[in-house]
Design a protein around this ligand. Structure first.
Ligand code: ADP
Length: 381
């Protein structure tokens, strides 16, 4: 047991890594639990316990060396977290009950709707009849989603017409929820934080997805002040319905008529908030460390307009990660590079990200263009 305050984190991926980096200046150390030896967080954490995310013995070991528990992955098991936290008298944040709610897309949509938060119209789907009845109301196209276990778009199947119904149902394991297909103008998100009796929210970010994976985040979002204000209001309502301290990624749609709908909530730092490391007065990771340890929250102001771009695995097979293109990024004034320390690359795997902060008078469009050019320099070939 260290004499320094310690956060025990279930999950040791890039989010755990960046959390450990941000906690250190606060005098807070991080120990992670992750099944992969030498996981991304391992080199910067004080220690790694090798174990599955729901391994009760491993989480017991984690709690025994921690003052606070949190998780950076939604696969964490809320029941195990609750039991272990109780046994060791160590607080776990965000509340495992929040995790339980967001792990099931049907329960999540219902909780949001019941709290008066706008969400796409949705129905529970247990069989073909449920789906056909919902489509009768919504009209095509619709989006069918597995209730549990989906991430980065896996578990989501768009359905254009009746001929695609059976194939779509075959792709979903377990229960499903169907949503009206939102005709969105853009996808946006807000990183919200719940502290000890206070909340905070970062500015609205605009997210560009391809193949349902986040490619770039542009901040501030290129939308009207009225839409940004509406998004802030919605984010406040979302934070009010969640329980437990910590950072929440709130994914939103801006519809073609300027409405804001909530797509989903991640009870942890979020890929669309990585820009805060260089772009905001306090990073989302420092905020998470502040929140779960009961410290005051930091300011969420943007320092400068900023764009982040994910560095995703290329090629078509799994192989050792050996990248090139760092020099171009590092040589560009205002650009920052974050590798996650993953030893293997495979197509679309999140290997790192880069951030470009505005220095002169470039427009946001130009910043985005620069971020894309630098991103395109990186290969793992
Ligand atoms: P995941 O949990 O796998 O990240 P999401 O539910 O966030 O999945 O969906 C991934 C992407 O699919 C979204 O970013 C959006 O582009 C698209 N999407 C999700 N739901 C809808 C919807 N109801 N209408 C239109 N597009 C949607």
């Amino acid at each position: 047991m260290s004499d320094r305050e310690t956060i025990g984190v279930v999950g040791g991926g890039q989010l755990g890594r960046m959390l450990a980096e941000a906690a250190a200046p606060l005098g807070v150390e991080v120990v992670v639990l992750d099944p992969t030896p030498d996981c991304p967080a391992s080199p910067v954490a004080r220690d790694q316990i090798v174990g599955e995310f729901d391994d009760e013995e491993g989480i017991d070991e984690l709690a025994a060396c921690a003052d606070y528990l949190t998780y950076e992955i939604e696969l964490a098991d809320p029941d195990v977290l609750e039991r272990v936290a109780k046994r060791h008298g160590v607080p776990v944040n965000p509340d495992p009950d929040t995790l339980r709610t967001i792990q099931d897309k049907l329960v999540q949509n219902r909780a949001l709707r019941d709290a008066g938060v706008p969400v796409p119209d949705f129905r529970r789907v247990d069989d073909r009849e449920d789906l056909l009845a919902a489509v009768e109301d919504f009209g095509y196209p619709v989006m069918l989603k597995a209730r549990e276990g989906g991430y980065d778009g896996r578990g989501n199947v768009p359905i254009a017409d009746e001929s695609e119904i059976d194939a779509a149902l075959d792709q979903i394991e377990g229960g499903a929820v169907v949503e009206e297909f939102v005709d969105f103008e853009r996808e946006v998100s807000i990183i919200g934080v719940k502290g000890d009796g206070e909340t905070a929210a970062f500015p609205l970010g605009e997210n560009v997805h391809r193949e349902e994976i986040l490619r770039e985040t542009v901040v501030p979002a290129r939308t009207s002040e009225a839409v940004a204000e509406r998004a802030r209001e919605v984010a406040e309502d979302v934070l009010a319905m969640l329980s437990g301290r910590g950072v929440y990624g709130i994914e939103l749609f801006e519809t073609s008529d300027g409405e804001i709908l909530v797509n989903e909530i991640a009870p942890r730092p979020h890929n669309s908030g990585h820009y805060t490391i260089e772009g905001a007065l306090t990073s989302q990771f420092e905020q998470h460390a502040r929140a779960v340890t009961g410290r005051p929250l930091g300011a969420t102001d943007l320092r400068r307009p900023v764009v982040s771009a994910n560095l995703l695995g290329d090629g078509d097979e799994r192989r050792p990660a050996d990248s090139s293109g760092d020099e171009e990024i590092l040589a560009h004034p205002g650009a920052s590079l974050h590798w996650y320390g993953k030893h293997e690359v495979y197509p679309l795997r999140k290997m790192g990200h880069l951030t470009v902060v505005r220095r002169d008078s470039e427009s946001t469009d130009e910043l985005l263009e620069t971020a894309r050019e630098l991103r395109d320099e990186v290969t793992f070939e």
